[in-house]
Design a protein around this ligand. Structure first.
Ligand SMILES: Cc1cc2nc3c(=O)[nH]c(=O)nc-3n(C[C@H](O)[C@H](O)[C@H](O)COP(=O)(O)O)c2cc1C
Length: 176
């Protein structure tokens, strides 16, 4: 990597990100997924979210293009973060998950699950920007703390959430 590339990574690594696992189904409806720190919210009305995926990903080309599920990891799930960041292999072997309404995998004990129908895929440099319309949102009612990636390592958030979420966020919400 060039000096400029190292500088880019070193500086951008100071920006903390959530750690998510983006899951989906392949053409045979087998689960697929990869760790993803670039998850972002896009629009409230309509409800859109997105993420960036490298063109070198071997998982992403296996996803059917109809949708994906973003699993937000908790501080107890750093091993899942590592597992889904390794290319290839049987990533789901021994991993507890259940199918959401779409059939896409929701990892057990995740902090939140955001299931989406893919609306746009844009090429941007060596990544694709994938945008999806939210079809199902659910929050783990026990409110575990999120896992954070910062300066090249997994970190915990020191302070617990200061308030309980509004009641409407504690169950499963399906967008119209
Ligand atoms: C904390 C963390 C965040 C990551 N974020 C992304 C990301 O936003 N986009 C991406 O394409 N890869 C990201 N990766 C790397 C992928 O997880 C990894 O390249 C991928 O899982 C390789 O497996 P695959 O070939 O099966 O896709 C991240 C890795 C880690 C550890």
């Amino acid at each position: 990597m060039s000096m400029n590339g190292k500088w880019f990574r070193a500086i951008l690594g100071h920006v903390p990100t959530a750690v998510t696992v983006v899951t989906g189904l392949d053409g045979a409806r087998h689960p697929v997924g990869f760790s993803c720190g670039s998850f972002f919210s896009v629009s409230l009305d309509p409800q859109l979210v997105g993420f960036c995926v490298a063109i070198t990903s071997t998982s992403w080309p296996r996803f059917t293009r109809d949708g994906f599920c973003v699993n937000v990891l908790t501080e107890d799930q750093h091993l899942l973060g590592r597992r889904f960041a390794a290319s290839g292999g049987e990533k789901f072997a021994g991993v507890a998950w259940r199918p959401g309404a779409s059939g896409r995998p929701q990892l057990a004990e995740a902090l939140a699950w955001i299931d989406c129908a893919t609306t746009d895929i844009h090429r941007a440099g060596d990544h694709m920007i994938v945008v999806g319309s939210v079809t199902q949102l659910a929050l783990n009612p026990s409110l575990p703390k999120p896992l954070v990636f910062h300066c090249g390592g997994y970190r915990n958030v020191a302070d617990p959430p200061s308030a309980q979420p509004p009641r409407v966020l504690t169950g499963t919400f399906r967008a119209d």
